[in-house]
Ligand binder design. Structure first.
Ligand SMILES: Cc1cc2nc3c(=O)[nH]c(=O)nc-3n(C[C@H](O)[C@H](O)[C@H](O)COP(=O)(O)O)c2cc1C
Length: 347
């Protein structure tokens, strides 16, 4: 299945696994890339030294293209002490036990850590970087100078246009169905809108879990798919067994769009924590300040499998995810199923 995205990225299949914080570590990236798709490392959840080690591990086990996800909004790259003061104040109030639980979000709560992540990634020169939340033009130019391709993840047509103007090589449009931080427009409406608005290759994301989703994405004018939730239920994904079981047993309406974990709209499993904060929305801090309130719950979810309070991002596509599979098989099944659908339709 050849598309503009397989040509641009030099991969066999137009299937990318999403750069999910914590969930997408080296094992998942290597499995997806070695199967002919492209794995993306959830770079944001690593402190700089750990990020360097993780990328080294990927390079040692895989000689195919891979990507690294970074979050570079001004608030995280700023040197202004004032923008970090609210975060530091909350951090100082955390108990030692809670601080040890902040492994996955420490880089987002530590002044200077994201800048150091950038240094590590620019030194490692991955084939592809995926930017979320912001697409700084200078950074994209630096990537291009090193031969790195840049994809931009966005939930809006305006975001796609901005990223195209800043020089991104391709766009990932994520509909509100998707797990993790997400916007308010559905995939079915968003993707054709982005395809009409920019001339770059587009990947569709949000609610895509199998070959039907891939075939539909291509029909909407996309050049491939970017898939998160389906890969949580893979052998190689990091995450507690309870989290994976919940993905394979859950229904679409078990997820909710909530600001209670990070301060930005995030689709995750509804639970006691998200329900309680629905009555306290005016107390929710901005991003990343709310992470300092809820940060320990990230590991309560991923590591401890606590369904009641732990953060477990997942998309509405859980409805059609019924089995934990090897990640490479998820890629190849998705492609062969889509090919069969497209052949049937063309008859
Ligand atoms: C557990 C989880 C963690 C995520 N973490 C990130 C992240 O760190 N950075 C990011 O850009 N997107 C993140 N996302 C969003 C994905 O990149 C992707 O856009 C989304 O999962 C696609 O929708 P789907 O879940 O329906 O496949 C995350 C999603 C999930 C489910």
């Amino acid at each position: 299945m050849k598309t503009r995205i397989t040509d641009l990225l030099g991969i066999d299949h137009p299937v990318l696994s999403a750069g999910m914080a914590r969930v997408s570590q080296a094992d998942l990236v290597v499995a997806v890339s070695n199967a002919g798709g492209m794995g993306c490392l959830g770079g944001v959840s690593f402190m700089p030294e750990a990020l360097e080690a993780e990328i080294r591990d990927i390079k040692a086990r895989c000689n195919k293209p891979y990507a690294v996800n970074l979050l570079l909004p001004d608030v995280l790259t700023s040197d202004e002490d004032s923008s970090w003061a609210p975060v530091r104040e909350l951090w100082d109030r955390l108990s030692p036990a809670d601080r040890t639980k902040l492994k996955g979000v420490e880089a987002l709560l530590t002044q200077g850590a994201v800048k150091n992540q950038i240094d590590v990634v620019m030194e490692a020169v991955p084939p592809v970087i995926i930017l979320t939340f912001a697409t700084p033009k200078d950074f994209i130019t630096q990537c291009h100078d090193k031969g790195i391709k840049v994809g931009a993840l966005t939930g809006s047509i305006g975001g796609a246009q901005k990223a195209a103007e800043a020089g991104a090589d391709f766009i990932i449009g994520q509909g509100t169905e998707g797990g993790g931080h997400t916007g308010h427009v559905g995939t079915m409406a968003l993707i054709p809108g982005i395809v009409d608005a920019v001339s770059l290759p587009v990947l569709a994301a949000g609610g895509i879990t199998d070959g039907r989703g891939l075939a539909a994405a291509l029909s909407l004018g996309a050049d491939g798919v970017w898939v998160g939730t389906r890969f949580i239920a893979s052998d190689e994904a990091y995450g507690h067994e309870e989290f994976k079981q919940r993905v394979i047993n859950g229904q679409s309406r078990d997820t909710v769009l909530t600001k209670s974990y990070t301060g930005k709209p995030l689709r995750a499993f509804r639970n006691d924590w998200t329900n309680a904060w629905e009555k306290r929305t005016d107390e929710i801090k901005g991003f990343p300040g709310q992470y300092a309130v809820a940060g320990p719950l990230v590991e309560t979810g991923y590591q401890d499998g606590d369904l009641n309070e732990g953060m477990m991002p997942a998309g509405q596509g859980i409805q059609t995810v019924n089995k934990i599979l090897p990640a490479g098989q998820i890629v190849t099944d998705m492609v062969s199923e889509a090919e069969a659908i497209l052949q049937r339709l063309s008859r």
